[in-house]
Design a protein around this ligand. Structure first.
Ligand code: BGC
Length: 710
């Protein structure tokens, strides 16, 4: 592919200034099939004879700089006798601010090959070269953090495209799922804020863009700025976007103007209307939700409206942050593939939606960007300026994305291929830890993120107060165990890693004799570190009770906390945390009006004041990982064999809810587990597509596929 095509660019390539490449061609024979192959350094938007080609938003997606995926589009039906192919290219993820302010030396560029097979079986190819024309586009500016500026009256000079050299070996086939427009939302209200601003409220913090239509005069302006939250007075607030301007500007032509952005996206619930040719009404505008095209597979419903809203927020958090890569957040000047966030959320993600292909693609980039010594950059894809492959720094949990995520994809979907692909990377990662730790069989003395954003952080720190070497060593142990298990699954020597895991466990037990924080106790229980689980579980339970049924955990402790409790006889305390309504808790944010998951437990206090502007996202999915506890523990659905080929269903009902139900649409079919109070009794409705062990009140029922009531 692309043997005869050249990379082309505009001779005056300017950062953030999109270029429109065009090629006219005539066809005088019948066409049987025409396939257009495209990729770019930057993001591209293809148009044939005035119509958009395909529906991949921000193609070719976001990958390691070591590769770029190309896409194929069947355009047979779009062709005419005389044709005009136009491809707009912007900087996208490739250049500039998204790389933390570093503009790349390589200009944005396009490469394309149109393969035509005629009905008489002859063939032809149209490839990018200097015969293509290059224009500066009416889209005058496009940058992912700052937004777009479009001038519908702008006319550009035409020049021939410039051919540049860039290695074509980096071009690979499309591996991920396409990012697509998913749904449209009308504003639920349009109002004047106390300070006079006109604000549109879409009722939902979402990721995507908008489409507007307006009858205007030439030179009229449409200008928007977006935000996630209003301040305590009800005014527009987006200081938490930091350096991301999150703006949109459009200059109208005479008549009807309809436009939606093509090379930018925003995370927002509100739009401030800075300028509009008329009084804006809901007939003028819609928000368009954009994310990777994943099939929805998981559903949770309960008798608690607040809990249902929490689940909806978790789903929206996933939609908003699964935009070709798993991002930390979709709004501020980050939107990066932070590995730790993906690690703690991947189980929930894999139950909510089918994310196997999504993660396979991202793990390919993780492998490509893995440092020579085995370290995993904390952001995947690696960005230009934070080049972790040379600094060799990897944080525990963040780096464990290399082991935990592929293993979870295997457990959820049952496919060993992902393990085969990832095996060498996992092994190298263990070697990296071994080479860098200060003390053998621990992971100690290295720079860590700790229990990131734990509420017990000492003042001025983000890292919680749990022992960082303990956290790192526990995850080292867990990764060694995963590698041992994966080795056995793949028929490789597992003994070496079993022995390693045993040694790490022994050393952790010798070194860390006491677990002082909620997170330390939760990890000691969940990862089978504690020898005397009963005592540790009681201690954890006591700590939570003494704290008024409230948690103090951060990114690392939170995903395991409820599991650690319910697996050790404290389900009711787990439910008390889940259903806690006052700060800090999941339902606190729901009661504060959250429509996604917040980065901080205290993103906004009861008075409506914000935690801080420097790191306060209202769409960060990490704490949404609590959903996997509801699927696996509260409703009790767990894979007994990878891929849910056989299943364990062990529901844990509570008096705190009238009913709770979960569905996971697995590769083997739909599993449902519902329990509800019926007078003094609890009834269970269970549906399984495979052999199941159902555990109710300590009794085991081994059943074949079917529907059961207990
Ligand atoms: C990101 C996090 C990330 C963290 C690690 C933050 O800025 O938003 O989610 O994991 O940095 O330090």
């Amino acid at each position: 592919m692309f043997e005869n095509s050249s990379w082309i660019t505009h001779k005056e390539n300017k950062l953030y200034e999109p270029v429109r490449f065009t090629k006219k061609f005539n066809l005088n024979k019948g066409v049987e099939r025409a396939i257009l192959n495209i990729t770019s350094l930057g993001c591209y938007y293809p148009i044939l004879n005035g119509k958009r080609v395909g529906d991949f938003i921000l193609a070719p997606g976001f990958t390691s700089r070591k590769r770029v995926q190309y896409q194929k589009y069947d355009i047979t039906k779009m062709l005419k006798g005389e044709n005009k192919l136009e491809i707009i290219v912007g900087d996208g993820w490739y250049n500039g601010k998204i790389n933390f302010g570093v503009a790349n030396e390589t200009p944005k560029a396009l490469i394309s090959q149109l393969d035509i097979t005629y009905t008489d079986k002859t063939k032809d190819s149209i490839v990018t070269n200097e015969s293509w024309l290059a224009y500066k586009d009416k889209l005058r500016f496009a940058e992912l953090y700052d937004g777009e500026i479009y001038d519908s009256n702008f006319e550009s000079e035409e020049t021939n495209a410039n051919v540049i050299f860039h290695d074509k070996k980096i071009i690979t086939e499309q591996q991920g799922v396409f990012v697509k427009e998913q749904e449209r939302l009308k504003p639920i209200s349009i109002f004047k804020a106390p300070n006079g601003d006109t604000i549109l409220d879409f009722g939902q913090n979402l990721t995507g863009y908008f489409e507007f239509t307006v009858n205007a005069k030439k030179g009229d302006r449409v200008e928007f700025t977006v935000c996630e939250e209003l301040d305590k007075y009800g005014n527009f607030y987006n200081e938490n976007y930091r350096d991301a301007k999150a703006r949109f500007e459009y200059i109208c032509h005479d008549g009807i103007n309809t436009y939606k952005p093509i090379l930018a996206f925003w995370g927002f619930r509100y739009i401030r209307v800075d300028s509009f040719p008329c009084e804006i009404s809901e007939s003028n505008i819609e928000a368009i939700v954009v994310h990777s095209d994943m099939k929805r597979t998981g559903y949770i419903e309960s008798s608690s409206k607040l809990l249902n809203k929490l689940f909806s927020n978790i789903i929206w958090g996933q939609k908003g942050n699964f935009l070709d890569i798993p991002t930390d957040c979709p709004q501020r000047d980050e939107r990066q593939g932070w590995t730790g966030d993906a690690t703690v959320f991947c189980k929930t993600a894999s139950y909510n939606f089918d994310v196997e292909t999504f993660f396979e693609k991202w793990l390919t980039d993780l492998r490509l960007d893995q440092g020579k010594k085995g370290n995993i950059p904390n952001i995947i894809p690696q960005t230009v300026c934070w080049d972790w492959s040379t600094t060799e720094n990897t944080g525990a949990v963040w780096g464990d994305s290399a082991t935990i995520i592929p293993y979870q994809m295997y457990l959820t979907y049952g496919n060993t291929q992902i393990l085969k692909n990832q095996y060498d990377c996992m092994v190298k990662y263990l070697e990296y830890i071994e080479a860098h730790t200060k003390e053998r069989y621990l992971w100690s003395g290295c720079e860590q993120f700790g229990d990131w954003l734990g509420l017990d952080s000492p003042s001025g720190s983000y890292r919680g107060s749990s022992n960082e070497d303990f956290i790192a060593s526990v995850f080292y142990y867990n990764s060694a165990k995963i590698v041992a298990d994966v080795s056995a699954i793949l028929g490789k020597d597992s003994q070496k890693y079993e022995a390693l895991a045993d040694k790490i466990l022994e050393k952790i037990r010798q070194t860390f004799k006491e677990y002082k924080t909620q997170t330390e106790c939760a990890l000691a229980l969940y990862f089978d570190i504690a020898r005397d689980k009963k005592t540790v579980a009681k201690k954890l339970n006591d700590m939570i009770k003494a704290n008024g049924d409230k948690l103090k955990t951060g990114f690392v402790g939170t995903p395991y906390l409820l599991h650690a409790l319910s697996q050790n006889g404290y389900s009711e305390t787990a439910y008390a945390l889940l259903l806690q309504e006052s700060f800090p808790s999941w339902l606190y944010s729901v009661k504060q009006g959250a429509t996604t998951i917040w980065e901080h437990w205290d993103g906004k206090n009861e008075k409506g004041e914000f935690w801080s502007k420097d790191m306060n996202s209202f769409n960060h999915y990490a704490y949404g990982s609590v959903a996997d506890w509801i699927y696996e523990q509260a409703c009790g659905i767990k894979p007994k064999r990878a891929g849910f080929k056989e299943v364990i269903i062990e529901p844990r009902p509570t008096d705190k809810l009238d009913y709770l139900s979960a569905i996971i649409d697995t590769r083997c079919g739909k599993i449902m587990s519902k329990w509800y109070h019926d007078g003094a009794k609890i009834k269970y409705e269970i549906e399984t597509p495979v052999k199941a062990t159902i555990l109710i009140d300590g009794k085991a029922y081994n059943v074949e596929k079917g529907k059961y009531v207990f």
